[in-house]
Design a protein around this ligand. Structure first.
Ligand code: SAM
Length: 226
């Protein structure tokens, strides 16, 4: 039932397609859609309640920041000194995010999540909401996010699940979906084991709705053996 186009194109063709897709009308209505689906306010609630605590980080990278739906909350809830970087494949989406959050604090960087232009261990935290479903194979994106995280750093990963609502959503946003075991295994292979599964609310947890929301952590480096 899910959108199959992502598997029919080469990686390069799909990347070009998705950049044009978000540059265009789909990207223009993304912010409104996140409000109507309640995703944006629900992520805000999760950060405000510190279910994922962003007050502990000195540097945060928001991957696939779109219209700034997570970025706005990071600016609100992360400490003032925290360095915040927003990156997206679509230059147009970065412009929309900048206009929307009306804040000069973040750096805005156009980049593909499978080739992030940052040094190893640059960030304490990476947030990545509803982006990994734009990769037919999640592992290169996860590996890059793991590379730019410092040991002990956290990844907040939000992804479309292979439920009926998730599969319908995949047609709207031209993406794929994930089963929890598949995404969990890919995270383990990328060196980002899951620390905690999160839910927007007890109702979401009970009905297993709202998608896959997880905090993954890059393990601290092992002390060198003598
Ligand atoms: C559904 S929006 C998510 C926006 C926001 N993060 C949120 O939580 O709602 C997906 C965003 O990911 C971006 N994107 C898609 N593929 C990407 C890639 N390979 N690298 C970086 N960004 C990508 C798109 O341009 C789009 O802005």
């Amino acid at each position: 039932m899910e959108f199959r186009g992502i598997r029919r194109l080469t990686e390069r063709q799909y990347r070009i397609h998705i950049r044009h897709f978000y540059d265009g009308p789909a990207g223009a209505v993304l912010a409104m859609s996140s409000l109507l689906s309640l995703h944006e306010p629900l992520v805000g609630r999760m950060l405000r309640r510190r279910n994922f605590d962003v007050t502990r980080f000195h540097s945060i990278l928001d991957v696939g920041s779109g219209a700034g739906q997570i970025l706005g909350h990071l600016l609100r809830f992360a400490p003032q000194h925290t360095q915040i970087v927003a990156c997206d494949l679509s230059h147009k989406m970065l412009c929309r995010a900048r206009q929307r959050v009306k804040n000069h604090r973040p750096f805005y960087v156009a980049a593909d999540m499978t080739r992030l232009p940052f040094a190893e261990g640059s960030f304490d935290c990476v947030t990545c909401g509803w982006v990994i479903e734009h990769l037919s194979d999640p592992r290169p994106g996860l590996a890059e996010m793991g590379r730019v995280l410092r040991p002990g750093g956290s990844l907040l990963l939000l992804a479309t699940e292979n439920t009926y609502p998730g599969m319908l959503t995949s047609h709207t946003w031209k993406c794929r979906t994930y089963s929890r075991p598949e995404l969990q295994q890919a995270c383990v292979e990328a060196g980002l084991p899951w620390h905690e599964q999160l839910w927007f609310s007890p109702i979401h947890r009970f009905f297993r709705m709202g998608g896959i929301l997880v905090e993954a952590q890059k393990p601290l480096a092992e002390p060198a053996a003598n």
